[in-house]
Write a protein that binds this ligand. Structure first.
Ligand code: SF4
Length: 367
């Protein structure tokens, strides 16, 4: 017989220090948050705020903006004040922009120890400024910009090298009794990235920001991020995530949200259970699933909708869902909460499902 396996659940979240990034808690006491980064010129305040508004609407919890020039630094006070979600300034080469970002009221600052060469000398001042304004710092190590000293010693950007760089930088802050730190050790290869975060998780209790850096265009980047985040979240590792795609940032938020929803780390909203179709299908399942997804996008209630191509698995899945259709013979049997409520012609399936979804949403709102 089949051996009985213990029920599989995610490991409990790794216990971390707790940070507050603006209004968002980051650490084991808070839900895993979603981040993204604007692609506008930060100095273009209106364009940046517009993109932040789009990210906010798509469910982004925290946004990061690049700060490569004085004009960008000058824009930070306005952006930090007007953004609906906490803004993190991303600083690479100039320690003076770190001070500017803290002064501007940014919710946190990301520094890259590999790129800020003179950074070590200024840690004391940065720690003081950050403590005065309760501004957490992310130490963001990237394989592509690893400290040359570590690169020379380790030969390449190994997991150990990434972790050593991050912990070294964190220790400099700790010397000044500053611990409001979160850490990332990003690599484009999920195998290296996962190992780096596992090592890091064992070596410190700072909250961790997960990311597969330069993950690639949407399709590849989505898969790399999902695989890597899945491997870590399964172990309880990861407190905030950013999916990096060569695609508009709103797509990053959608992917990150879907990854977290898949693990029940954030409430599921719309979930389409659609079959892959096969030789038995009596309806164009792809088209139907796409139309139903498009018609129901943005539903704010948890709703599982089954879209099935025939009567083999159709009624079973449709019955398990909140709402569903099992197609056959040019018709669709519409299920609501397990009951067949009607049978409609194929051309009416999408609109009927949307209608029924709206009814469920209204009922949920009145409960
Ligand atoms: Fe094939 Fe029907 Fe299963 Fe869809 S539900 S994959 S059409 S058997």
């Amino acid at each position: 017989g089949v051996p009985e396996l213990p029920p599989r659940t995610l490991a409990p979240r790794r216990t971390t220090r707790q940070l507050t990034v603006g209004t968002v808690g980051v650490g084991s006491e808070s839900p895993v948050s979603v981040q993204s980064m604007t692609t506008t010129l930060t100095a273009d305040i209106n364009a940046t705020l517009q993109q932040i508004a789009e990210l906010t609407a798509s469910g982004c919890d925290i946004v990061r903006v690049a700060c490569p020039s004085q004009d960008d630094a000058d824009a930070l006070p306005d952006i930090a004040r007007k953004s609906q979600i906490p803004v993190i300034a991303d600083i690479h080469f100039q320690p003076r922009y770190v001070f500017a970002a803290i002064e501007a009221g940014c919710a946190a600052v990301r520094v890259n120890p590999g790129n800020i060469r003179k950074f070590d000398d200024q840690v004391k001042e940065i720690a003081h400024a950050a403590r005065d304004r309760s501004t957490p710092i992310r130490i963001g190590v990237n394989a592509g910009s690893l400290d040359p000293r570590l690169l020379a010693r380790h030969g390449s950007a190994t997991p150990e090298a990434l972790v050593e760089s991050a912990l070294w930088e964190a220790s400099l802050f700790a010397e000044h009794d500053f611990h409001d730190i979160k850490i990332s050790v990003k690599h484009h290869d999920p195998v290296v990235m996962v190992r780096a975060y596992e090592l890091l998780a064992e070596s410190c209790d700072y909250p961790l920001h997960l990311g597969v850096t330069e993950a690639g265009p949407a399709f590849q980047g989505t898969i790399k991020s999902a695989v890597a985040f899945g491997a870590l979240l399964r172990q309880g590792i990861g407190d905030t995530v950013r999916v990096s795609l060569s695609a508009p940032p709103v797509e990053e938020v959608k992917v990150a949200t879907q990854i977290l929803q898949s693990f029940n780390l954030r409430p599921r909203k719309l979930e389409i259970v659609s079959c892959p179709s096969c030789g038995r299908a009596q309806v164009d399942v792809y088209k139907l699933a796409e139309q139903v997804t498009a018609g129901l996008e943005g539903m704010e209630i948890p709703l599982r909708v089954a879209v099935m191509g025939c009567v083999v698995n159709g009624p079973g899945e449709a019955r398990e869902a909140d709402l569903g259709v099992a197609s056959g013979n040019g018709k669709g049997q519409i299920f609501v909460k397990g009951e067949v409520i009607k049978t409609v012609p194929e051309s009416k399936i999408v609109e009927t499902l949307i209608e029924e979804a709206m009814k469920i949403a209204e009922e949920t709102a009145h409960k």
